[in-house]
Write a protein that binds this ligand. Structure first.
Ligand code: 13P
Ligand code: 13P
Ligand code: MG
Ligand code: MG
Length: 367
């Protein structure tokens, strides 16, 4: 059976700053989506990672369906009303347009969706990150799909022997989707040369070269490209099919034990280590650290299982302690050097104006 799995997520307001949505807001989003379940969609699951609410849906309308996107948009609009009633911080933060126009892409919410021919067993992972941007997935995806140091199946399994095709987007290009396709293992150095730059080049999708099937898809939205100013981080979501011709679940999770440094953290303007967290986690220290959750599901005839919370295991407690240490260490140097993002990535208008004013006060000596 052909099934489309769609994740649409948005920050539509949170309690006590950028910490988490309220229970009432979540209930409001859930009940709106539930009212359409069995009609437009087959199944759904609503969760949050930090202040971002993600609606995971299965349906048969394919990628980019008006009806499905409108359903999510309307659920977020309903949630925003509730956020306003409760006086939540940043109510409607990611709904950047006043009215829905066919597709939520380019309207603020992040989207990752794939149409698949369901395997007899169809396990997949749903990742959601907060206080960071889409480039946060570059390194884990590279390691899980192209490096046998992380994916032993690249050596051990005949199902992955041909490797994977990476589709990489140039997110600095705003006129449309500018993409390049590169094959691992032959073009690994080219893939690495692009993916090292997390702010410019972002993994958009990955395909199996054994079967041609889609393996992974990530959201690539850059909110400030849409709004023209900082409105919040681009907190990305990603879907990854696992087992069989794809990395095993554990191989896909492995690179998240690095806690690699990514852009985000306080005011979307700093560098912090990406911490793997449990489902429905909140945000705390210095509006961070940047976090990522991973929920494992199976889908069959369009129906989802309950999620298995992939980072809810004693091993990841140990990783979280190590990542906390990395977060503390980089925070000790405050605004200095690498702890804060370079000027080109600073999202707050304030510093841009400040530097503009200071620029006029510079004098060139001897003139
Ligand atoms: P496959 O079933 O995808 O070959 O994976 C084997 C496995 O269990 C690896 O952990
Ligand atoms: P969010 O993008 O998660 O709302 O965070 C914004 C921010 O400025 C945190 O300090
Ligand atoms: Mg927020
Ligand atoms: Mg957020």
């Amino acid at each position: 059976m052909k099934t489309t799995v769609s994740i649409i997520k948005a920050d539509i307001g949170s309690v006590g700053g950028h910490i988490c949505p309220s229970q009432r807001l979540l209930e409001c989003v859930k009940s709106h989506v539930a009212s359409q379940c069995g009609r437009i969609i087959n199944d759904f699951f609503v969760s949050h990672t930090g202040d971002d609410v993600a609606i995971l849906m299965t349906h048969t309308h394919g990628v980019g369906s008006d009806e499905v996107h409108k359903l999510a948009w309307d659920a977020f609009v309903a949630g925003t009303e509730c956020a306003k009633e409760q006086g939540l911080y940043g109510a409607g933060q990611d709904l950047l347009k006043d009215s829905f126009s066919g597709n939520v892409k380019g309207m603020g919410p992040a989207v990752a969706e794939m149409e698949i021919e369901e395997r007899p067993n169809e396990p997949f992972l749903f990742f959601a990150a907060d206080k960071t941007d889409p480039g946060a997935y570059n390194l884990p995806v590279y390691l899980a799909f192209a490096d046998p140091m992380y994916n032993s199946g690249l050596i051990l399994s005949p199902n992955m022997a041909k490797g994977f095709k990476f589709c990489i987007m140039d997110v600095a290009y705003t006129e449309g989707d500018r993409l390049i396709e590169l094959n691992a293992p032959e073009e690994m150095y080219d893939i690495a040369a692009l993916l090292r730059d997390n702010e410019r080049f972002v993994v958009e999708s990955v395909y199996s070269r054994e079967t041609g099937e889609i393996a992974a898809v990530a959201s690539t939205t850059r909110l400030h490209n849409i709004a023209g100013k900082y409105t919040g981080k681009d907190d990305p979501v990603m879907l990854v099919r696992v087992q069989g011709a794809f990395p095993a679940t554990g191989e896909m999770l492995h690179p998240f034990n690095i806690g690699h440094y990514v852009a985000g953290f306080m005011r979307g303007s700093h560098t912090g280590p990406l911490m793997p967290v449990k489902m429905n986690s909140t945000i705390s220290f210095f509006d961070g650290p940047p976090v990522v959750s991973a929920l494992a599901f199976c889908v069959h005839n369009g129906k989802l299982t309950e999620p298995a919370d992939a980072f809810d295991h004693p091993y990841w407690e140990y990783v979280r302690a190590q990542v906390s240490r990395k977060a503390t260490e980089i925070r000790q140097q405050g605004f200095s050097g690498l702890a804060m993002l370079p000027y080109s990535e600073l999202e707050y208008g304030g510093i841009v104006q400040k530097l503009g004013k200071l620029d006029k006060k510079f004098v060139v000596k001897g003139k």
